[in-house]
Design a protein around this ligand. Structure first.
Ligand code: SF4
Ligand code: SF4
Length: 293
């Protein structure tokens, strides 16, 4: 099955040697993945399903074994609860946990899995999982659910474990939403090579090693102080709210939507969706008036 899927969906997203190595994977040794969702809009899941190469199907059957996903799994009810319990209780073997969304620490009943809170599952999982992957800015930093006001007491996955003095292996992949390559290529790296090199926020350096600003094609405008005053104008978008100087991400070279475009190329300021400050405070609105009329 693995060979036929590889042939059907291709491996052009990887370098030759990595692609060749992935084709030889032993299905018995691919990581099992449990994908849970907290306070989330499911936007990251939707984005993950837009991956081009490898396809999402290849990723969740050949390079990982997706045991459960709230939106994708056909199974439900007691069967799923028994499956989840068997893993988080440590009876079923090794697994990675992926969490999309923030955790409602101040309102635990806001996120339930069957009869129990998401919080209960995350606490148990910390003792049995091989590691965790925080998917998206809500899971990584709190994101929109933790915005000023924060009625549910939303916290990120790293903060959740830090408060409990638990230190599971953790990889964070910020973004609102995440780029599918950031997640799938990280999982491929885990499968073939091991844990990728991480930056100080626990995110893979290969994607989150440089600020958007530093490789932006409009950086020369910034240096020359040619600053757009309105959306749609030529020039650096700093005065209309661009947070490229705050955001670590490779969007200027990776682009989005299968290489069609990316925020600044579409004349929209970077809203800093991968940055810790994203959506946290009213002081950082998505767009700003230039104040020059
Ligand atoms: S448009 Fe944004 S990211 Fe690009 S140079 Fe200006 S401030 Fe930096
Ligand atoms: S350019 Fe900025 S807002 Fe756009 S996807 Fe990249 S980090 Fe997010």
């Amino acid at each position: 099955m693995a060979a036929s899927l590889s042939a059907a969906f291709g491996l052009s997203g990887f370098s030759g040697p990595v692609g060749a190595a992935l084709k030889q994977l032993d299905p018995k040794h691919i990581p099992r993945l449990i994908y849970l969702q907290g306070l989330s809009c499911s936007g990251c899941s939707v984005s993950l399903l837009q991956a081009e190469s490898p396809s999402p199907l290849t990723m969740i059957t050949d390079y990982s074994q997706l045991l459960f996903h709230g939106d994708l799994s056909a199974a439900s009810g007691p069967r799923v609860m028994e499956l989840l319990d068997s893993y988080v209780d440590g009876r079923a073997g090794e697994y990675f946990l992926a969490l999309e969304g923030a955790i409602p620490e101040g309102m635990p009943e806001a996120c339930m899995l069957g009869e129990h809170t998401l919080i209960r599952y995350l606490e148990k999982a910390a003792r049995t999982m091989t590691g965790a992957v925080a998917i998206g800015s809500c899971a990584t930093y709190g994101g929109i659910p933790a915005a000023e006001g924060n009625l549910t007491g939303a916290v990120s996955l790293p903060e959740f474990y830090r408060k409990r003095q638990l230190e599971p292996l953790m990889i964070t992949i910020p973004g609102c939403s995440v780029h599918p390559d950031w997640v799938w290529h990280t999982i491929s790296h885990i499968v073939r090579v091991g844990i990728p090199k991480l930056n100080k926020y626990g995110s893979p350096e290969i994607f989150f090693g440089r600020k958007v600003h530093d490789s932006c094609p409009r950086y020369h405008y910034f240096q020359e102080e040619i600053l757009a005053r309105h959306l749609g104008e030529e020039g650096c978008l700093f005065k209309v709210g661009c947070l490229g100087p705050e955001a670590l991400a490779d969007c200027p070279s990776r682009w989005w939507n299968g290489g069609q475009t990316w925020c600044v190329n579409a004349n929209a300021p970077c809203v800093g969706c991968t940055a810790p400050i994203f959506a946290r405070s009213k002081n950082f609105p998505f767009y700003r008036h230039s104040g020059t009329g």
